[in-house]
Design a binder for this molecule. Sequence first.
Ligand code: C2E
Ligand code: MG
Ligand code: MG
Ligand code: MG
Length: 292
Amino acid sequence: RAKELGRNTYQFYAAEMTARARERLALEGALRRALEREEFTLRYQPIVDLRGGRVVGVEALLRWRHPERGMVMPEQFVSIAEETGLIVPLGEWVLRTACAQCREWEAAGLPPLRLGVNISARQFQRPDLADTVARILEETGMPPKRLELELTETLLMQSLEATIAAMQRLSAMGVQLSIDDFGTGYSSLAYLKRLPIDRLKIDRSFVQDIPGDPDDAAIASAIIAIAHKLDLTVVAEGVESGAQLAFLRSHGCDVMQGYYFSEPIEPAEFAHLLATGLPALRPRPARAGPRK
Ligand code: C2E
Ligand code: MG
Ligand code: MG
Ligand code: MG
C-alpha cells in the first residue's frame, strides 16, 4: 500500500515535472519569437518629487503583448528570459526603446526627465554592458546623466569585484545607478559605501503597511535615515495612499512612485498626464466655508 502510494506520488511528480519542463520550453521559444515579432512593449510610471511638486523621473516597465494571452506581466517571463540569456537582447531593446521615447517626449516639449531602466544580473555580468549603454546613449542622444540603471541587491552580491568595476565604468560615463527593491536582498551596509550608487529605492513591501505596521514603519524610516547619512537619495516605491505619503514625507522621503500618482501607462498617456498635471499633485481648491 505504502509502496504503491510512493510510486503514485513519484509518477505524479514526474508527470508534473515533464509538464512544467515542456511549458518552460514552449515559453522559451515563444519569448524568442516575441522579440523577433516585436511583441514587447513598455509602460512608463512617473516618479514624483514632492518638494517641487512635480514629476522628475520615469521608470520603464516591460510588458509582453501576447497574441492570445493578452498583456503578460514581467513576473511571468523575466526570470525565464534571464535563465535563457534572452534578457540580454531583450534588455538592450528596452534600453534603446526607453531612451528613444524620452527623447521623443522632449522633442514634443515635455521637460527632461530622469529615466530608470531595470537591469538584470545576467546583463550586468556581460563585459560589454558599458559599451552597449554608451552606444545606445549616442544613438538616441540621451544624456548619460539622465539615465539611471536600477540594479538589485542580489546582483550586487554576485562576483563583487567585477560588479564594482562595471559600476565604476558606468558611473564614470555619468550614468546614474540605483538599488531597486532595497531591503529585500542580503543587505550589507558596507557595500553602500564602497559602490558608486546614487539612489536607493525602498521596496514596496515596506511601504504597503505603513504607517499602521510598526515594524515596516521602523524599517522604512531607518532606510531613509541611512540613505541620507550616506548622501544617497531615496525613492519610495508602491505609494498608494495619502497616509503612506504623509508618513514618508514626515521622515524626509520626498521622492515617490506609486499608484497614488499613476500606474505605469502608455507613452501617449504619459505625455498627456505630464502636460495636464498629475491629479495627485494639483493644489486642493480652497474651500469657501467650513467643511461639512
Ligand atoms: P520593479 O523594478 O521594482 O518595478 C516596480 C513594480 O511595482 C512594477 O511592477 C510596477 O508596476 C509596480 N508598482 C508601482 N507602483 C505600485 C503601487 O503603487 N502598487 C503596486 N501594487 N505596485 C506598484 P511590474 O511592472 O509588474 O514589474 C515587476 C518587476 O519586473 C520590476 O520590479 C522589475 O524587477 C521587473 N522588470 C520590469 N521591467 C523590466 C525590464 O525591462 N528588465 C528587467 N530585467 N526587469 C524588469
Ligand atoms: Mg525598478
Ligand atoms: Mg522595485
Ligand atoms: Mg519589485
